[in-house]
Design a protein around this ligand. Structure first.
Ligand SMILES: C[S@@+](CC[C@H](N)C(=O)[O-])C[C@H]1O[C@@H](n2cnc3c(N)ncnc32)[C@H](O)[C@@H]1O
Length: 205
């Protein structure tokens, strides 16, 4: 997210991308979140033979990253925006056609997967938009196998950030609050790391 005041239309398309503007915002985010994700992914070990999930997969850049890190596995993406699902699919077309990447429309509050399906999950720049955080964390735990890691990545952690004062569909959390919420939800451990304004949390089921 830019440090300047984003327009209401931009924010709404970051929360739920729609149509041509949604595609433009997603394409920009694929580029803008790259350094943040490069930093955060250093803190996890992605198993080689595995089934991985990217929640709120947006324009699909992290699906591409996971596909490269897990050459023998299957990578799934879920997003409640049809525009995000379409762009993630388009940007990972070869892997989708090969059956190595599956992108599904769905809400984190009601994930369209059976229990214990995944060995790893990540959520980059999306928790701000989840209306029921504890319900979402319960869902993430349900679809992860015991011992699996869940990586949350955020570039903003100031709940009083004035840029979002009028946006009732965005909640900015501190890293400490998210870490505590993961522990309250029953994750075995949750380790918070920061770099400047950025933070990531690696939680283990
Ligand atoms: C700011 S974008 C981030 C996209 C991508 N993860 C990235 O880092 O560039 C947030 C994405 O989360 C998705 N999203 C927001 N709330 C969601 C929910 N409740 N369930 C599933 N996806 C959600 C949005 O549709 C959007 O694609």
């Amino acid at each position: 997210m830019s440090q300047q005041q984003p327009s209401d239309a931009y924010l709404r398309n970051a929360a739920k991308p729609q149509g041509a503007m949604g595609e433009e915002v997603l394409t920009r985010m694929n580029e803008h979140h790259r350094d943040l994700a490069d930093w955060a992914f250093q803190h996890v070990h992605v198993p080689t033979y595995s089934r991985l999930l990217d929640i709120g997969c947006g324009g699909g850049a992290n699906l591409q990253r996971l596909l490269a890190q897990c050459p023998d596995g299957v990578v799934e993406g879920v997003d409640y925006s049809p525009t995000s699902v379409a762009l993630s699919t388009k940007n990972n077309r070869t892997s989708v056609n090969a059956g190595r990447c599956i992108v599904t429309q769905g809400d984190v509050g009601d994930l369209p997967y059976p229990d214990n399906r995944f060995d790893f999950a990540c959520a980059c720049e999306t928790v701000y938009f989840w209306p029921d955080l504890q319900g979402a964390f319960d869902e993430v735990q349900r679809v992860l196998r015991p011992g699996a890691q869940f990586l949350i990545i955020c570039e903003m952690g100031d709940p009083d950030d004035p840029r979002f004062a009028d946006a009732d569909f965005i909640t900015v959390y501190t890293g400490e609050d998210l870490r505590d919420a993961l522990q309250d939800a029953g994750f075995q451990s949750a380790v918070l790391r920061t770099q400047g304004d950025w933070f990531c949390i690696v939680a283990t089921v």
